[in-house]
Design a protein around this ligand. Structure first.
Ligand SMILES: N[C@@H](CCC(=O)N[C@@H](CS)C(=O)NCC(=O)O)C(=O)O
Length: 101
């Protein structure tokens, strides 16, 4: 069965844009649902009950909130394409990593 991916978003949001770029980079098809942030949908309130903010990615019914967490999630789940984020964030900072500056 194909994955069901829904994005609750608001078009001017740079946080939403971050997620849209990640989905586009991975070539994922998804249903875009525009939210009115001054009149939030029952689905948004159900999927992000604490912060009530967009973007929210709903993957097969499971909500993921916070744009950077969503990008990380996309990278982990659809990992057959090149990674969006570095796999080891601290490598270049460690002694002996080869970095001289
Ligand atoms: N830290 C959050 C920020 C999300 C955020 O601030 N979203 C705004 C739109 S840009 C929002 O939903 N605002 C509605 C509200 O605060 O009620 C993320 O990275 O996803």
């Amino acid at each position: 069965m194909a994955d069901e991916i829904i994005l609750l978003d608001f078009w001017p949001s740079s946080f939403g844009m971050r997620v849209r770029v990640a989905l586009a980079e991975k070539g994922l098809k998804y249903e875009y649902r525009e939210e009115d942030t001054s009149n939030k949908s029952p689905l948004l309130l159900e999927m992000n009950p604490v912060h009530k903010k967009i973007p929210v990615l709903i993957h097969n019914g499971k909500p993921i909130c916070e744009s950077m967490i969503i990008v990380q999630y996309i990278d982990e789940v659809w990992n057959e394409k090149s990674l969006l984020l570095p796999s080891d964030h601290t490598r270049e900072l460690r002694p002996g990593s080869g970095r001289t500056t």
